[in-house]
Design a protein around this ligand. Sequence first.
Ligand code: EPZ
Length: 425
Amino acid sequence: MSAISIEKSEKLEGKIRVQGSKNEVLPILCATVINGNISIIHNCPRISDVYNTIKILNSIGCKTEWIDDNSLMVNSRNLNDYRVTCNCVRMMRSSIIFAGALVSRCKQAVCSYPGGCVIGERPIDMHIAAFRKMGIKVINNGKGIECIRYKEKNCKIRLRFPSVGATENIILASIIGNQTVYIYNYAKEPEIISLCSFLIKMGGIIDIRKDYIKISGVKKNCLKNVEYCIDSDRIVAATYMFVVAGCKGDVVLEAADIDKLRASADILKSAGVLINSDSNKGIAFEKKYIRIKMKEKLSLKGKVTTGPFPYFPTDMQSPLMALMAGNNTEFLCKETMFENRFKMANELIKMGADIIIKDNKAYIKGKQLHGCRVNASDLRAGAGLVIAGLGAEGRTVIQHADYIYRGYEDIIRDINSIGGNIHIV
Ligand code: EPZ
């Protein structure tokens, strides 16, 4: 397991081009099995979750090839299996999304229980309940689920909570077949809209309305080759905004879309950070940018509650806690999405932070932190510790830094390009 070391860094300047989105590309890579043909995915981030998804695609007979640094070709013509049970499955939550895609392509799927971060129990009961309503028999075999479509059934599904994963699995399982499926209370994350755009480009029929998504199944031979460009990662962009807010400086994030991270930007603005951007709807995301300027030490009294999009994203909760802990703040952070996502607080407390965790709330009194050895326990906690280390006196060493590479292509390259001081140990 690698480690990274960080020295206090200030007055950051320059520009970073934000990488492609992890949570957008992973379900799209699962969807590439549906057309039984070629998919070319541009702006595909070079992160370990993508490499593991490629291993899963290869394990079921799909051919994959990087045609340039960030463009991946997937050929699913010779798919020869509907069982995704290789070790990689247990390393990632998103592997469960193969279930819906393989049910569309093969009318059946076998998936091991997904692994992923230790941020909570993360059951898949909503996925299973929806599949059963759609005429798909689901057997829990103790190691995973076996799905067999026995009927192409029209149905209306109302999710008890706008789950990202359940929404994605229902959409993917509904693309092929003689059925119409409606999803109410669906997840409205930008990654869902992008998955639908990809499937429509592939030949799927999807109608997105304010209150529901309607998917009308098509015949297999209606689907075609598809070429698609992944949008930039809103969580990576927000993480880098927090880095500049904590270190002070003047930085431009290229290919970053403010409309996808307003909740994060609003907190920084209330703390005196200057943020301007070009998010004109008409321009391609590559041309969009966000400029962050901060001259003073961050000072804020406030609170936030995490929630489904467009509320403050749970994936930014750890970076936020780090930023608030290392500056002049009195801040309350309430986590409503995952029951075990305050693990990182103990590591910040090792750095001298004043944080009290009570139920699903973190009470933070900000102060100057000092560097020491800390452990990343998951992807976003790792990113949070980078923010804490950049503001701390002395040297911080983050162990188990591999977690960070699950979602950040090259955080060291990016932050050092604007004057940061981070190195692989
Ligand atoms: C996606 O996870 C993201 N992962 C997560 O990002 C993100 O935190 C989460 O959405 C919420 O925004 C990917 O897109 C790969 P959910 P997912 O289903 O789909 C409960 C990161 O750091 N639930 O919307 O797993 C669940 O336990 C990762 O990039 C059920 O109870 O999230 C949670 O409390 C971490 N039963 C809530 O719903 C179900 O069947 C939201 O989960 C499904 C979910």
